[in-house]
Structure formats: C-alpha cells, structure tokens
Design a protein. Structure first.
Length: 219
C-alpha cells in the first residue's frame, strides 16, 4: 500500500500523549507506565497515535527520564498543581511544531486508528476551532483536535481558575466527529482492576476481544 500523501503545512498535526495526571485511582502510580500485556500502557497508545500525526510530544510531570526514553519530546505542565488534562493541552499548544494539535490520554490503549483523520475532517468541514469525538451518545472531550492558536485563550481560562475540559469547549466553536461505530475504542483504564481486565481481553492484534466489546456495548 502506498504511503499517504503528506499533509499541507497548514494542516500538519502534532499529537500529544496526555500523561501528566496523578493516577489517584491507580494508587498514585504514573498510570501510563503501568504494564499492560507486557509493555507500558502508554506504549499501546503511542503505537496507535504516532502513525496518525506528523510529530508526537508527551506531556508528563513525573518520571521524566523514563518518558524521554519513549523517543519523543517531553514537556511538563506550565500550570502547577496537577491541573488536569487542560494543563497538558496548554503545554502541548505552547510547544507544538505544527498548527493543529490532537490529544490522546495515556490510559486509552484501544483508541481508533482513524481518530485523527475523522477529527480533522470534522474540524475542516465546519471551519471550527476544535473538533471532539462523540461515541455512543457521549462526548469524549480528551480526544480532540484543536488549533495551536488557542494557546492564549486556554491560558486565560486556566489562569482564571477554569479546569473543566467540556466547559472550556463550551467557550469555543466546536465540531463533533461521530465514532458510534468504534465506541469501545474509547475505553479507558482507571483502576488496577480495569488494567487487569484489559490485559485479559487484549488479543494478539492489540484490540479488545470481541466478546468484551459486546459485553460493554450490547446491541
């Protein structure tokens, strides 16, 4: 299969792995470094995200040398106090080389292989500032594609005490990309029990087992 045509410069995309949280429901561990099927959970996410974007950067606030070993630039939050995924997005917008930035959390190892293309299609079709995934009737706000020029707007929101991702989206012109056909791909892992279950359900292709998807999303 021939390689896809390169994107025009004004549509190139930086992908950011959001790994700057405290992992409180995982006992305070650096969640993306927790082992899933023999490798760090973040490695599964990066394997899916990297082919979809023009560069990858990582937002992390702990274990920086370990994160750098993944081979991508690592940036911590500029907003202190583990301010959540928006602080990670702000760091990404401030350090991205490309005009568009796509986000994926480190605890969602089954993310869609066409996530970025579908978000970009929605963004450009609507001329929006940000595109967000919607699956099974719910928005997935940490899976988004936004314009790098929003860095200042987001900084103002954060410095004003804002933290909610969905509430920040409410201040913008947002397009939605439907992923109802891939709802199980947005499954995230928050607890040791969910990590163990994901390891059991992971098949050789790195996808959730079909029976597991059917149990979570019955037709």
């Amino acid at each position: 299969m021939p390689a896809p045509a390169p994107r025009p410069a004004d549509r190139r995309i930086t992908g950011v792995l959001l790994a700057g949280g405290q992992g409180s429901r995982m006992g305070g561990v650096d969640k993306g470094l927790a082992e899933l099927a023999g490798r760090p959970m973040a490695a599964h996410v990066l394997a899916r995200l990297a082919p979809q974007v023009d560069e990858v950067i990582i937002n992390a606030n702990r274990n920086l040398e370990i994160w750098r070993a993944f081979g991508h630039p690592v940036f911590g939050d500029d907003i202190g106090g583990f301010a959540g995924p928006l602080a990670g997005l702000h760091a990404a917008l401030s350090n991205a080389r490309h005009p568009l930035v796509a986000t994926a959390p480190c605890d969602s190892p089954f993310l869609p292989a066409d996530l970025v293309d579908r978000l970009a299609g929605a963004l450009h079709a609507a001329g929006a500032q940000l595109a967000v995934a919607r699956a099974a009737g719910r928005l997935q706000p940490v899976f988004c594609l936004c314009r790098r020029e929003l860095a200042g707007h987001l900084a103002d929101y954060l410095h004003g005490g804002g933290r909610g991702v969905a509430r920040w989206h409410d201040t913008l012109d947002v397009a939605e990309a439907a992923f109802d056909d891939e709802a199980a791909a947005f499954r995230n892992i928050n607890t040791p029990e969910e990590l163990a279950e994901a390891g059991r359900s992971l098949n050789l292709d790195g996808n959730p087992a079909v029976t597991d998807i059917q149990q979570r999303n019955p037709t």
